[in-house]
Structure formats: structure tokens, C-alpha cells
Ligand binder design. Structure first.
Ligand code: URP
Ligand code: ZN
Ligand code: ZN
Length: 462
């Protein structure tokens, strides 16, 4: 099976040029000025961008959480991913009490088996750090193909600093990476009690209860422990100007600290929590939406290279029956999370590249190239000979108005409803197979669930 994409603007993390791209049996085998016209499938990409498929390294598919579950399973979630130009997903496998890392991975892989529409990997999230689990980190890095480990500094299933130190040491030794959800639980607990006492329980107070300092302090503590152990560290879903300032400070001291942010922390702010009719509940996520100052700081962080990865933290809960039921009288009970896997690329292009906040090459870097490098996805993340033919032919001029009923995520609302975007995927390929394409007024899935494979990632050695 061969695929020839002709005459598009091939975009890499460092530059762009017009070329043909030839793929055979799922791999890119040639890139050149005129590679002829003979292939099983020929795509005219003149006037279009040829991008590496985006990688979303932060999703919660089928996740039980706060008394309910994230609604997208591996089928609907990866169909939505494909339609948004995301061709690799790294999902979280949150360890259950008593489980080994291997058992947790097997549990999630069984759910994914035969369902995934694009390739996927898993990050074990360590919540029950028994000594044998800490010992298993080596195997997870070297044998299971999962070299990144998430820990939570907040929630009931958080780990303590001693566990963080142990994980940082093990990952340094064997080529792994610790990812942290950085929020200080004591500040949040204190604010929760205070707000409860004052009867302030509407969705807006979710943001008040988790002030910027809660992120700033946790980023600083994690970074100090990474400095102490000489390890690399990755901050997930960075949301605040203050948290970013800490990332910058430690990076300037030579600490290997990476940061990820998400479209919601660039484009939405705490005013959303005031939406009428309990609508603010749609935006209840942790960390919370911040102010416009934080939005602007994070755009600056992306541009300057202090934030290296864009992800979604895709964690969908219906508004009707979930968001509006669980926390009607108390923001603390509203399931935390929001959908986003399908809108990542269109939003970053429209709001970042079209507005001139970041370059096209930076977009490719933070959506694919740098993500693949940081997480050990050696065959993904770039339009290069030898890489998987995960390719998005992207129409930079296509107009689309984001609407929940034109998208594929299994959820009843969209945080960006009615937002106009410029630029949408025209055709999406996963290892050379067409999985999604623009038809009439939206992108449609044209692939096969089960085509996606578990990708073993390599240890991180640079
Ligand atoms: O609110 C969020 N982010 N929900 C998903 C779990 C997490 O903290 O990433
Ligand atoms: Zn988190
Ligand atoms: Zn998350």
C-alpha cells in the first residue's frame, strides 16, 4: 500500500518547504521535489499544509473519577482524535489499589483492544507506591515501553514527597520521566473550608479555592526535588503565570524541567465560571481556568520554548446529568474535567498561528515533534523518511464554527461552542491509512476502529 501526497507545504519544527511525500506500508520512504504520480493513493495537497499527526499526551479515556466516569472510551475518544488530526494518544492508566504497573496496563489495554482508531500508548499513574511498584518502574521503562509516570500532588490518591523522590531517582537511573499534577492540597483544603463557611459554593468558587499560589508552590517543590535527585521532570497542564515563572526559573538554573499546557489555559479564563444557569460547571477542571494575564504568559511561554508540549487533558463529562447533577449545591462535587481532544489542532492553528502568537513551525513542534522526543515515541512526530506516515493534510483557509453536534467526542457540550476557527484537517492518515477527511461541513471518520496499535516507547536518554 503506497500513498503519495503531492505539492503541499511540508512543515517541520524548524522550517517549511514545498515537496511530495511518499509512504509505503505505513512508513515515509521519500520526500522530494517531484516523486511522480504513481501510488495506490495520490493526494493533491497544493495550497495545503502537510503536518505530522498531532500527539495528545494527556487524555483520560474510560476513567472512573469523582463518582462517575469520563465518557469517551477508546473507540469514541480515538475516533474524535482522528477527526481532529491527532494520530497518537498517550492515555493515563491510573493504578488501582493493590495493582502492579503491569496489571494496570493490562486492564487498560484490554479496554483498548480492537477499539482504537489511531495509535496509542499509556502513562502509568502511580497512586499505590508499594516498594514492589517502585521496583517495577525499571521494567516499565525497559520492557513495557511506558517510560513516563504520572503522580498527583493533590486529590485523595496523591503521593507524598518521599514517593516523588523515589520515583525521580528510579526514573533518572533507567531513562524515565516523572510527570506531576502540581497543586498544593493544603492550600486548597484551607480555601475549601473557608469558602464553605462563607456559603460560597457556586462553580466560580472552584477557581477561588485553587489560587495560583497552589500551583506555584507545587511546581517549585517538585522542581526542587528534581534538582536534588538530578532527574528530569514534566509538569502537566500548567495553568498559571506564577507556575510558569517557576518553570522558567528552574530551567534557567539548568534543571531538566518540561511543561505542558492545554488550549483551555490559553483561551479561556475564570469569567467562564460565571456562565448563567450553572453553565460555569462546564469549565470545572483542575487546575482551574485563570486570568487573561496567565493566558498571555502561557502564550509567551510556548513561543519562548519554556512550554514544550500542548495537550488536552481530555476528560469529558456530560453537562446534563453529570456536571449539573453532582455539584448543584457545591462546586467540590462537580466532576473535574472537560473535553478537548478533537479541537486541539484547529484551536492552536487558528488562535495561535493565524493570530501570529506562534509560528507554524512552533505549532508542529509543540503538537508533535517535541512531544515525541520527550515521551520516547521514536517513530512519530515529524514528516521525515523512516517515520510512521501519520500525516495531516491541513487546509489553512477552511472555516469552521465549533459546534458540539459537528464533533465526535461523546459528550453533550463543548467549551468552545460557536467559536469560529480558520484551518481544519482535510485528510488524516494513520500509518498511511486514511482515517478521517473533510466532507461537506465537517470532518468525518473513515477509518476502522482496531486499526490503532499500542506503541512501545523507548527509554529517554538525552
Ligand atoms: O480536571 C481535571 N484535570 N480532570 C482530570 C484529572 C486530572 O487532574 O488530570
Ligand atoms: Zn491532573
Ligand atoms: Zn489530566
Amino acid at each position: 500500500m503506497s500513498l503519495l501526497i503531492k505539492g503541499g507545504l511540508v512543515v517541520t519544527a524548524t522550517g517549511s518547504y514545498v515537496a511530495d511525500v511518499l509512504a509505503e506500508n505505513g512508513k515515509i520512504v521519500a520526500i522530494g521535489v517531484d516523486l511522480g504520480n504513481t501510488a495506490d493513493e495520490v493526494v493533491d495537497a497544493r495550497g495545503k499544509y502537510v503536518l505530522p499527526g498531532a500527539i495528545d499526551p494527556h487524555t483520560h479515556l474510560c476513567m472512573p473519577f469523582m463518582g462517575t466516569y469520563a465518557q469517551d472510551d477508546y473507540k469514541s475518544g480515538t475516533i474524535a482524535a482522528a477527526c481532529g488530526g491527532v494520530t497518537t494518544v498517550i492515555d493515563f492508566q491510573i493504578q488501582q489499589k493493590g495493582e502492579s504497573i503491569r496489571q494496570g496496563l493490562n486492564r487498560k489495554m484490554a479496554l483498548a483492544e480492537g477499539m482504537v482508531a489511531v495509535d496509542y500508548s499509556l502513562h502509568p499513574a502511580i497512586t499505590d507506591p508499594r516498594p514492589e511498584v517502585i521496583d517495577e518502574v525499571k521494567q516499565a521503562i525497559l520492557e513495557y515501553g511506558t517510560p513516563s509516570f504520572k503522580i498527583f500532588m493533590v486529590y485523595d490518591f496523591r503521593v507524598d514527597d518521599a514517593t516523588m523522590i523515589k520515583l525521580l531517582e528510579r526514573t533518572r537511573k533507567h531513562g524515565g520521566l516523572v510527570q506531576v499534577h502540581a497543586e498544593n492540597p493544603h492550600i486548597i483544603q484551607h480555601m475549601n473550608e473557608k469558602l464553605e463557611h462563607e456559603g460560597k459554593l457556586a462553580p466560580y468558587y472552584h477557581a477561588v479555592s485553587r489560587p495560583n499560589i497552589a500551583e506555584e508552590e507545587a511546581v517549585e517543590r517538585a522542581a526542587r526535588l528534581a534538582e536534588f535527585t538530578g532527574s528530569r521532570l514534566y509538569i502537566v497542564h500548567l495553568s498559571s503565570r506564577e507556575g510558569l515563572a517557576k518553570v522558567k526559573e528552574f530551567r534557567s538554573r539548568g534543571i531538566d524541567i518540561y511543561a505542558e499546557t492545554c488550549p483551555q489555559y490559553l483561551l479561556l479564563d475564570e469569567e467562564c465560571y460565571k456562565e448563567a444557569d450553572f453553565g460555569g460547571a462546564k469549565y470545572v477542571m483542575s487546575p482551574p481556568l485563570r486570568t487573561r494575564e496567565s493566558n498571555a504568559a502561557l502564550w509567551g511561554g510556548l513561543k519562548a520554548g519554556d512550554v514544550q508540549v500542548m495537550a488536552t487533558d481530555h476528560c469529558p463529562f456530560d453537562f446534563n446529568g453529570k456536571k449539573d447533577m453532582f455539584g448543584k449545591d457545591d462546586y467540590k462535587k462537580i466532576p473535574n474535567g472537560a473535553p478537548g481532544i478533537e479541537t486541539l489542532l484547529p484551536l492552536l492553528h487558528s488562535e495561535g498561528v493565524v493570530t501570529g502568537k506562534i509560528s507554524l513551525e512552533k505549532m508542529v513542534d509543540v503538537l508533535a515533534t517535541s512531544t515525541a522526543r520527550i515521551f520516547g515515541l521514536k517513530d512519530k512526530g515529524a514528516i521525515e523518511v523512516g517515520k510512521d506516515a501519520d500525516i495531516v493534510v491541513f487546509d489553512p483557509a477552511r472555516k469552521f464554527t465549533i459546534a458540539q453536534d459537528k464533533l465526535h467526542m461523546n459528550v453533550d457540550y463543548n467549551p468552545y461552542e460557536n467559536r469560529d476557527v480558520t484551518g481544519m484537517p482535510e485528510v488524516v492518515f494513520s500509518r498511511g491509512q486514511r482515517v478521517a477527511e473533510w466532507q461537506n461541513d465537517r470532518v468525518e471518520f473513515v477509518g476502522v476502529p482496531g486499526h490503532g496499535r499500542f506503541v512501545k516507547r523507548v527509554p529517554l536518554r538525552d
